[in-house]
Design a protein around this ligand. Sequence first.
Ligand code: PLP
Length: 382
Amino acid sequence: MKEIPFARPLIGDAERRAVMSVLDGPILVHGPLSKQFEADFEGFTGAPYAVSCSSCTAAMHLTYVALGIGAGDEVVTPAQTHASTAHAVALTGATPIFAEADPRTGNIDPDAVEACLTERTKAIAVVHYLGRAVEMDRIMAIAERHGLKVIEDCALAIGTTFDGRHAGTIGDAGCFSFYPVKHITTAEGGMCITRHADLAQKLRLLRAFCVDRTPGERTVPGIYDVVGLGFNYRMNEIQAALGITQLKRVKDFLQAREANFTALSAKLAAIPDIEVLGTGSDARHGSSHYCLSMLLNGPLAAKRFEMVAALKARGVGTSVYYPKPVPHMTYYRERFGFDLGTFPAAARLSNESIALPVGPHLGVEDMAYIAESVKAAIEEVR
Ligand SMILES: *Cc1c(COP(=O)(O)O)cnc(C)c1O
């Protein structure tokens, strides 16, 4: 039997050498590699400023704090996303106001965003769902009309573009994740990109205690001042060494993902009772093809866990994005009292989809095997 894991980080000799050379030297934090990774990331995305962080969640939290968003403020937040997108808002004391998903793509529905606005709204958070860009022209038009900030959760959006612009460069800030199952990894890690010099400056202060000078900038060792209430959200040199090496491979990774996604979509199109969620590329949207979300139609929808088990028995790893709409997660439900009938489009994705792997650890021949396995699994559970 074939073994097809849902995701696997691709760590090679170059990554091992890069990490070992950090360990062989004296500098583990505040070194040249985190600066180099930031510069490389600016080059890759076209963003004027990139600020490395300890995770995507940390990057988003820092961004809201740096923008002065907090208690009494509201941020429109997608209902269908990782809890992190909403947590980053809630951690500041601000209130996430959840907006429904577009059932065709899983992305935040711009009409739903408009319906969430109040005089307390300060920002709109979007997530490029499974690597397919949000309708950023419509989101930016709403933001401009109402004087709102836009924060892009780009955790799955390295390589994602909208009208040729990289995700994260259209709103006020874009935050990326380098968690192991993402497009590139630093084990844990994140990056915030922005076109605002003053925001980048605030992010750098806030990620390191709001200390006014880095060790390299101190004329007398150990002497510094603290100018605000900050965090310890830095990326270290081991992570940065991994990131620099992985970013060199990202174009190859993205090409493999696209080839796999295209092959698997074509094969699944011929199978009845399923459909492929529209997270691929088209004229305006360049997808990063994080995974392929397969929607189960009709009676098959109630057999999702049997389908997952039947695929697992054939060695096909799967996942679910995301297990519940965020407002249906216990914490948010207890806090806001949403019932399970709200956000039906987001709930359909949570309850009736299976995420199939298309990562660069797999080849096009694996896609044929996955499609055959889906066909066989449907027959088996029917
Ligand atoms: C993984 C993920 C995050 C969290 O990223 P971390 O780097 O683990 O903090 C946030 N948002 C989305 C959409 C994600 O998929």
